[in-house]
Design a protein around this ligand. Structure first.
Ligand code: HEC
Ligand code: HEC
Ligand code: HEC
Length: 134
C-alpha cells in the first residue's frame, strides 16, 4: 500500500469546549481498500471500495475516526466490536448501515455524498459502482 506521510495534529473536541491538541503523529494511508472479505463465509455482493484520504483532506480526522476522542487510536471501521455485522442492516453495528445511511451526514459515505449533491454540483460519487469498483 502506498502511504502518504503527513503530520497530523488532531484537535479533539472534548465536552464541546476544550480543544486538546493530540501530539500523536499518524501515518495516513493514501488509499485504503475496504472489503467484506474479512467476514468468514460471506459472499460479497459488490466489489471492494477504495477510500482515498486526499479526496477528504478538508474533513477533520475525528469526524470519521469518531472514536479517537475516547481511545486516542485510529482503527479500521469494521474492527471486531465496531461496525462488524455484515448481516443486519439496521443496527449501529451494521456494515451496510454504517456506510450507506442517509440519516448521518457527517460520517456515512453515502449520507455525506448525498447531502453534498443536495447542496449543489459535487464530485462525490453516489452510484453503487463508482464506489464498488468491480
Ligand atoms: C471522510 C472520512 C475520513 C476522514 C476525514 C479521515 N479518514 Fe482516515 N480512514 C477513513 C476510512 C474509511 C479508513 C479505512 C478504514 C477501514 O479500513 O475500515 C481510514 C483509515 C485510516 C487509517 C488506517 C487505520 C487502520 O488501521 O486501518 C489511518 C491511520 C487514518 N485513516 C488516519 C487519518 C487521519 C490522521 C485523518 C485526518 C488527517 C483521517 N484519517 C481522516 C476515513 C477517513
Ligand atoms: C463528510 C463528507 C464525506 C464523507 C463522510 C465521505 N466522503 Fe467521499 N467525498 C467527499 C467529498 C467532498 C468528495 C469530493 C472530493 C472532490 O472534489 O473530488 C468525495 C469523494 C469521494 C470519492 C471520489 C474521489 C476518489 O477519491 O475516488 C470516493 C470514491 C469517495 N468519496 C468515497 C468515500 C467513502 C468510501 C466514504 C466512507 C468510508 C466517504 N467517501 C465518506 C465527502 C465525504
Ligand atoms: C460512497 C461510497 C459507496 C456507495 C455510493 C455505495 N457503497 Fe456500498 N459500501 C461502501 C463501503 C465503504 C462498504 C463497506 C466495505 C465493503 O464492503 O467493500 C460498502 C458495503 C456494501 C455492501 C456489503 C458488502 C458486500 O459487498 O456485500 C453492500 C451489499 C453494498 N455496499 C451495496 C451497495 C449498493 C447496492 C449501492 C448502490 C445503491 C452502494 N453499496 C453504494 C461504500 C459505498
Amino acid at each position: 500500500m502506498s502511504r502518504l506521510r503527513l503530520l497530523a495534529l488532531v484537535g479533539v473536541m472534548i465536552f464541546g469546549c476544550a480543544t486538546i491538541a493530540l501530539s500523536e503523529t499518524f501515518e495516513i494511508p493514501e488509499s485504503v481498500i475496504m472489503s467484506p472479505k474479512q467476514f468468514e463465509g460471506y459472499t460479497p455482493k459488490k466489489g471492494d471500495v477504495t477510500f482515498n484520504h486526499m479526496s477528504h483532506i478538508d474533513i477533520p480526522c475525528q469526524q470519521c475516526h469518531h472514536t479517537v476522542a475516547d481511545t486516542y487510536t485510529i482503527e479500521s471501521c469494521m474492527t471486531a466490536g465496531c461496525h462488524d455485522d455484515i448481516k443486519v442492516r439496521t443496527e449501529i453495528s451494521s456494515v451496510y448501515r454504517t456506510f450507506h445511511t442517509t440519516h448521518d451526514k457527517e460520517k456515512s459515505c453515502v449520507g455525506c455524498h448525498r447531502e453534498l449533491k443536495r447542496q449543489g454540483p459535487s464530485d462525490a460519487p453516489l452510484n453503487c459502482n463508482s464506489c464498488h469498483v468491480q
